[in-house]
Design a protein around this ligand. Sequence first.
Ligand SMILES: [Zn+2]
Length: 441
Amino acid sequence: MKKVYKAHILYTKDKDHFEVLDNGYVAVDDEGCVTGVSTDLASLGVDVSQRCNTDTDVEIIDFGDKLLIPAMNDLHVHAAQYRNQGIAMDLELMEWLQSYTFPEEMKYADTVYAERMYRRFVHDLWRFGTMRVCTFASIHTESTRVLMHLFQKAGMGALVGKVAMNRNCPEGLSEPVEEMVKEYESLIVETLQETSLPLTAPYPPLVRPIITPRFIPSCTPEMLRACSELASKYQLPVQSHLSENKNEIAMVQELEGTWYGNAYNRYGLFGQTPTVMAHCVFTESEEMELMKRNDVMVAHCPTSNLNVTTGIAPIRQFLDKGVRVGLGSDISGGHNLSIFHVMVYAIQLSKAYYQLHRECPYLTLSEAFWMATKCGGSFFGRVGSFEPGYEFDALVIDDSDLNHDNYSLLERLERYIYMGDDRQIVHRFCRGKEILDNDQY
Ligand SMILES: [Zn+2]
């Protein structure tokens, strides 16, 4: 049955404007896709005179004075670092990796531990209204399988990466290349068997694998080539890290004899299939140009820029260049899983950057919202907007406890972004289905 949701609707078609519909309607078909959005019910093909008729094939759900917005998309987060959220925030990248990150990820050889932590992770994503996530798991196939199944049971969208790494890492986190390929193929084949949808369909399976070389310093050339071959053979997307830290950049130059982005590109891991690169803090002209040309996306992680690295990603330059940018919580380099709060940090960080580079205007609210919804969502397909043809991923916000009297709808949304949390999110939808508290699974 077609559903029509009524509420105050806010979303962004482009980065510079909000669409605001006071008492608007979004129509959603049986497949979970938006068929229309308007303040005029008749224009959505709903016969108003029939709406009380039990024979009608349209159900109207009225959310009254609440806000209806697209759900959040997190483009970079490490599920296997969830326990480390909020600790060791005073270390630099390499020391932080060796003393905290790697020892924690080793624990995921134990699937009982993995399931306990991953359940919390999926539940907390749900709490904060993140319905799509692009995540690193660990090298462990069995635990990665557990994470994929938890997302499937929850009904949330996820690109899940079994991490590939075989150098500059402790023994327990290194996997031989042939083993990685064999194990990864088993995950891919299972995904294909569990769904009737091809991985490359316009509306592909909600949960699917993503090729995940950790980053160049952790992968031998053979490992990088194997990752590229898997991505190409199964037409799978790729995620990794790029130009986060100056020591790391120097290491890549020494190992590969070229600059970071070019090294990925030479292996076929830089836009040959849809690719998202986290951080890009020190990305400059040549690398930015190649990202634009190959349509490589940036996962901007402002909290992690502040906590772990020594710089601020040049987001204004990426946007001016036309490079797509989404937001990432980057747990545990980042400390906050809420993409709403990550939006706030992105704006604040861009203001700090502006103090140093007056030629780079800071980010606006609509730009941050667009990165969190439509632009970030574009990595998953037609996700993050209420335009016709988009998958209905949505949140209903009850901001009555934020004293919204006499504020405009846009001011109410801004106040929610800056002051709200999970308590105001009263309904969550992913691909048209309401997603209930996944603690029950
Ligand atoms: Zn990361």
